[in-house]
Design a protein around this ligand. Structure first.
Ligand SMILES: Nc1ncnc2c1ncn2[C@@H]1O[C@H](COP(=O)(O)OP(=O)(O)O)[C@@H](O)[C@H]1O
Ligand SMILES: CC(C)(COP(=O)(O)O)[C@@H](O)C(=O)NCCC(=O)O
Ligand SMILES: [K+]
Length: 262
């Protein structure tokens, strides 16, 4: 452990001009960890949200200068200890963190900052556009940030796995189904009925939000992010930017925005 700390310390003190940002996004299902050099993502890992075992390897492999953590869960003692042992400043993203956008959410202290980070990431790419961000993970979250850089909030909906699990757990006889298998627009047996109900339901929900928001904001842009991947048959797919790493990019922007304040 001491050798590992010494190793990281030498990197941290080296003030290498290529010093990197460590970005950590801990969700309800997965943790995502990335390294950024300025605005460029150098490496990204997805792993359990109960033990960030990749930290040690990443820290000894790269000259990390600072980091940011966004979490929507209470962290295990193991993760807290690993984060506390890091030999560089760590920004814990919360409702008091200065942001490069205006936060109009009425309860900033209860906001999930993965949602804000997704909006910040989208706004960085299209700063003067009205943007809807759809993050399909444990939950499906919908974030609206306008062309003035004002984050308005948005909606929270059950994610794909949650829908499959809920149909199984809250009924007497429905089996636990997943995405693997016959996909029909309308089910013809119990399995395809459940699969279509979940997957087509998500597609229609998402398409409905896009159609409704585009009606109000004709120049709307749409980002789709998150760990769940599913195809779109509907017409809206033409205006969707897929970016799996939007939250990480937004966290990196927030960290850089707070340079020197950590
Ligand atoms: N290695 C993995 N382990 C578990 N789920 C995964 C994995 N890769 C992708 N997924 C899918 O991605 C979802 C998690 O996506 P993610 O955006 O990381 O969620 P969250 O941010 O809510 O933790 C899971 O519900 C699952 O469907
Ligand atoms: C809505 C969420 C559970 C989504 O988390 P995720 O699906 O990324 O695990 C998370 O952003 C959260 O805990 N939000 C707090 C409530 C709010 O955003 O108002
Ligand atoms: K997420």
């Amino acid at each position: 452990m001491l050798q590992f700390l010494f190793f990281c310390l030498t990197f941290a003190l080296a003030k290498d001009e290529n010093a990197l940002n460590l970005i950590i996004d801990i969700g309800n299902t997965m943790a995502k960890v990335a390294l950024f050099n300025g605005g460029e993502m150098v490496e990204v890992l997805t792993e359990s949200n109960q033990s960030l075992d990749c930290l040690k390897a990443l820290c000894s492999k790269y000259p990390v200068e600072q980091g940011i953590v966004a979490t929507v869960i209470d962290l295990s003692e193991r993760i807290l200890a690993d984060l506390a042992a890091l030999p560089f400043p760590l920004l814990w993203l919360n409702h008091q963190t200065p942001l490069p956008v205006v936060n109009l959410y009425e309860t900033p202290e209860t906001l999930g900052y993965d949602r804000m980070a997704a909006a910040v990431g989208a706004n960085e790419q299209f700063p003067h556009r009205d943007v809807l961000v759809i993050d399909a993970g444990t939950c499906i979250t919908y974030e609206f940030i306008d062309s003035k850089g004002q984050y308005h909030g948005g909606n929270i909906s059950p994610g794909m796995q949650m829908r499959f699990k809920a149909l199984h757990q809250f009924t007497g006889r429905l089996p636990l189904v997943d995405t693997n298998g016959r996909k029909l627009p309308m089910g013809r047996d119990t399995e395809t009925a459940i699969r279509a109900g979940v997957m087509k339901g998500m597609e229609y929900e998402i398409s409905g939000y896009i159609e409704s928001m585009k009606h109000k904001y004709p120049e709307l842009l749409v980002f789709l992010t998150g760990g769940d991947e599913f195809s779109f048959d509907s017409s809206v797919k033409s205006i969707i930017f897929a970016d799996r790493f939007l939250v990480l990019k937004g966290l990196n922007r927030i960290l850089n925005y707070n340079n020197g304040r950590i």
